[in-house]
Design a protein around this ligand. Structure first.
Ligand code: NAD
Length: 494
């Protein structure tokens, strides 16, 4: 069986110690093994990145961007191979893997504008013969720690002149290794981008090593919070994106057919394993709820669940046997707590894939806010319906939840939409758009316990996160002007 090692100094490095199985979730069988880096191996990757930094930081931004142009062309050309790796180890459909990769490619396209992004700010004549400008300088070695559900998101810190150590999820490490290989083929100098596969030991080393200046983490909230507390205590800049529970409010005036079609994809696409997945439909009034639940039930019956290798599949398995059991337990707890189980997807067998980690779509009605299936992130194909009396009641429910990643309002009422976007305490908001993932040139991030840190990922915030600002003030006095010594604090009046 193939063992996935690491990628350092421009080439693959074999595993040299602990390993663990990487599963094919559709088959429920090991597909490969992955190396689990020791502290020494992780340190070697950090030192490799550190050695590569000075030359890369000194490379003109336009030349760094040219690497990204070539990388984008390689991603386009190699898309089927990357998507196959994602689909095999994650379990998602090829269509979904393609969509995810396209999002990654959009971020590479944004990074191709590095020259424009790094222009800085300039003020002439801030005083007599004095000019001031601010520029963005790279941090040095930065690290990324990523979750299992978005393995192909490309870390763009490198285009700003940093060198990078990526620690992908040990559950589906294949795509990250292909990205490293393609970056090398695109002409990225050896050592600028390194992949360390591993678990807590690798992450703890990244968190404590003094050469690592920043960590961008995406994963579950308890680990995100741990990273956010530990990294800054060790002198690092940290952004840590955590879990979610995304609500959509359905108003009495909403176009229900359009809402149902959008909600089905958002709730059950990628088997609900998305941080922007729709988990709660908040219906304003019983009539809306009764109508919505009836239509959702009909639409769910048409969803085809299966392996990514099968044709016309809408939804694949979940990532592990433990996730499968956990999701079913949440549904069972909802029933025990008094919710109505309208569609029960707990017992499913896909012919030919009997050991796969499949969960069919589940729909629970009359869910109440104190139930565990409502409070916790289920991260599976489970949609809860909560009934409220008014828009304000629905918004209060969303605001009271610990997470604030994404939310949506289905309505035809512009005034309600404006009130919702102005006031809801959530980082990414949709109006009749249930998966409001911002495009590459707007930054992505949630509020409350969905994001720890000040800056969102990609888009304009990425330059703030991955660079340090330097303000330079320069004076070239005209000859013949007498210099005066100033003892007072310099100010523009003098
Ligand atoms: P996870 O927290 O288990 O793992 C994420 C990363 O942290 C992995 O690389 C893993 O190896 C590492 N890790 C795990 N335990 C650790 C520990 N004790 N110490 C140090 N590192 C550790 O998350 P997951 O199950 O891979 O991914 C699903 C979660 O990610 C969900 O909660 C989902 O909402 C979240 N997520 C959030 C966003 C977002 O943008 N907010 C995006 C994608 C996923």
């Amino acid at each position: 069986m193939n063992t996935i090692g690491h990628f350092m100094a421009g080439h693959a490095v074999a595993a040299n110690g602990r390993t663990q199985d990487v599963f094919n979730p559709a088959l429920g069988l090991p597909a490969a093994k992955v190396a689990l880096a020791s502290a020494a191996e992780t340190t070697a990757a950090i030192e490799t990145a550190h050695a590569a930094f000075p030359a890369w930081a000194a490379t003109p931004a336009a030349k760094r961007a040219q690497v990204m142009f070539r990388f984008k062309a390689l991603l386009d050309a190699q898309a089927p191979r990357i998507c196959a790796a994602i689909a095999e180890q994650h379990g998602k459909t090829m269509d979904d893997a393609q969509g995810e990769l396209m999002r990654g490619i959009e971020i590479v396209e944004y990074a191709c504008g590095a020259g424009e992004l790094l222009k800085g700010e300039h003020s002439k004549n801030v005083g007599p013969g004095i000019d001031t400008w601010s520029e963005f300088q790279p941090l040095c070695v930065v690290a990324g720690v990523t979750p299992f559900n978005f393995p192909a998101m490309v870390p763009m810190a490198i285009v700003y002149g940093n060198s990078f150590v990526l620690k992908p999820s040990e559950r589906d490490p294949g795509a990250a290794m292909i990205l490293a290989e393609l970056l090398a083929e695109a002409g990225l100098p050896a050592g600028v981008f390194n992949v360390v596969n591993g678990d807590k030991e690798a992450v703890d080393t990244l968190l404590s090593h003094p050469l690592v200046k920043a960590i961008s983490f995406v994963g579950s909230t308890p680990i995100a919070e741990h990273i956010y507390k530990t990294g800054p205590a060790n002198g690092k800049r940290v952004q840590a994106l955590g879990g979610a529970k995304n609500h959509a409010i359905v108003m009495p005036d909403a176009d229900l057919d359009a809402a149902v079609s959008a909600m089905i994809g958002a709730a059950y696409g990628s088997a609900g394993e998305r941080c922007m997945a729709l988990s709660v439909a908040v219906c304003v009034g019983d009539q809306v709820a009764d109508n919505l639940v009836a239509r959702l039930k009909t639409a769910i019956a048409k969803i085809k669940v299966g392996a990514c290798t099968q044709t016309s599949i809408d939804m694949g398995p979940v990532i592990t046997r433990q996730s499968q059991e956990k999701i079913k337990d949440y549904v069972t707890s909802g029933v025990a707590d008094g919710a109505d189980l309208v569609v029960d997807g707990r017992d499913i067998k896909v012919p030919g894939f009997e050991n796969g980690y499949f969960v069919d779509p589940c729909l629970l009605d009359r869910v109440r806010p104190e139930m565990k299936v409502y409070t916790d992130e289920v991260f599976g194909p489970v949609l809860c319906v909560v009934r409220v009396g008014t828009l304000h009641e629905g918004m209060a429910l969303i605001d009271a939840h610990e997470f604030g990643n994404g939310t949506c309002l289905f309505t035809r009422d512009g005034e309600a939409a404006r009130y919702f976007t102005d006031n809801i305490q959530v980082g990414m908001v949709g109006i009749n758009v249930p998966l409001p993932v911002p495009v590459a040139y707007h930054s992505f991030g949630g509020w409350k316990r969905s994001l720890f840190g000040d800056l969102h990922i990609y888009g304009p915030d990425s330059i703030r996160f991955y660079t340090k600002r330097k303000a330079i003030t320069q004076r070239w006095p005209s000859s013949g002007i007498e210099e005066k010594t100033l003892f007072a604090f310099p100010n523009t009046a003098r």
